[in-house]
Design a protein around this ligand. Structure first.
Ligand SMILES: [Zn+2]
Length: 348
């Protein structure tokens, strides 16, 4: 399904037809539907007889292979953790006790290389979907780069990223970049009239992105939200390290992975929490946590505007590295210490 705000892009992609470049990079904030767009494009490229609207027919042999998840010419390269969540949703057995990687591993690119070195099964058309592109370290990205530089004939690479600045410039320059912004007010209003109230309630916490809101709502966003509010609202300075440990386990839990709730999202919520504190301090309105006015007001009354704004800026810095934390635990400790200091500073 193509979301209304991506429809013009879909039309342009379809119109390109055979002039489609061999490597595309879809860039835009998370929760916009970039992956669905990439999947629709892959389906179209592999289909023997696409429909007039550009979509795959859904009936031909390659379409049936794809729908059953067995198309040999469609390679999806995603972090192991994500693949695991997807296979568990299908009822597959749980993998061993080892924590699944949230990064795309070098082995995955080597396997891709091997798969692409043999001829395609159905004609020459092959598609590689890689998402998220920022989940590659330098070594992995360089291995991919070799494939992008000498692509197998008929192969189209579709990379998806919500954090393009962290990609190797050489990767970016090898791909045709397609940038997507936030849905405009009209598209959002159209979406909101059809959305479930539980999903609408998650829109602010999903950064105004409809799919992030849907994913949060489906993945138990209300429970994640309740826990966040409880933990951060009741945080005592002496508890910072303990909470960082608990949050580390929380972010690695299956529930959090399934909801798409990771460090970037948590850092985002922290920043919004502080933004609401600053807003209250300045006599403004709560934007993100209106139901927590009591707790926020008590904290805000003891926090200076300067401390709130300094903390907000520090959290913005942390958010920048939140997709590639060297150590999840250290980032959480740093984040919570800065927050506790800002709040405690006001207490003194
Ligand atoms: Zn088809």
């Amino acid at each position: 399904m193509i979301h209304p705000w991506l429809q013009p892009t879909w039309t342009r992609l379809v119109e390109l037809g055979e002039r489609l470049p061999h490597a595309l990079l879809f860039v835009g904030p998370a929760g916009l539907g970039k992956r669905a767009l990439a999947e629709a494009l892959a389906a179209r490229l592999l289909c023997d007889a696409p429909r007039a609207d550009g979509h795959a027919c859904g009936h031909c042999e390659p379409c049936l292979w794809r729908i059953s998840g067995n198309h040999p010419d469609l390679q999806r390269v995603v972090p192991e953790a994500e693949a695991l969540v997807a296979s568990e949703a299908d009822g597959a057995a749980e993998a061993g006790g080892k924590a699944a990687s949230t990064q795309i591993r070098i082995d995955q690119i080597r396997e891709l290389q091997a798969a692409l070195s043999v001829t395609g099964h159905h004609g020459t058309r092959r598609v590689v979907l890689l998402d998220p592109a920022e989940a590659m370290n330098g070594v992995t990205a360089n291995a991919l780069l070799k494939l992008l530089e000498e692509p197998p004939e008929g192969c189209v690479f579709v990379l998806v990223s919500s954090s393009p600045r962290t990609l190797l410039p050489t990767i970016r320059s090898r791909c045709q970049q397609w940038h997507f912004g936030r849905p405009d007010e009209a598209a959002l209003a159209c979406w909101a009239t059809h959305a479930d109230p539980g999903v609408r309630a998650m829109l602010a916490l999903g950064g105004g992105m409809p799919l992030a809101a849907e994913r949060l709502a489906e993945g138990g966003g209300a429970a994640l939200h309740a826990r966040f509010v409880r933990d951060i609202g009741g945080l005592q300075p002496a508890d910072v390290l303990r909470l960082a440990g608990q949050w580390e386990a929380w972010l690695r839990s299956k529930e959090a992975l399934a909801a798409g709730f990771g460090l970037p999202e948590l850092a985002d919520w922290m920043q919004r929490w502080v933004s609401d504190l600053a807003a209250l301090r300045l006599g403004g309105r709560l934007r993100f946590f209106p139901a927590q006015e009591g707790v926020l007001a008590a904290l805000a009354s003891r926090m200076s505007v300067a401390a709130a704004s300094a903390c907000y800026n520090e959290l913005a810095q942390i958010r920048k590295v939140s997709r590639h934390p060297l150590s999840l635990r250290l980032v959480l400790e740093d984040m919570l210490m800065r927050y506790a200091r800002a709040v405690a500073g006001a207490r003194g």
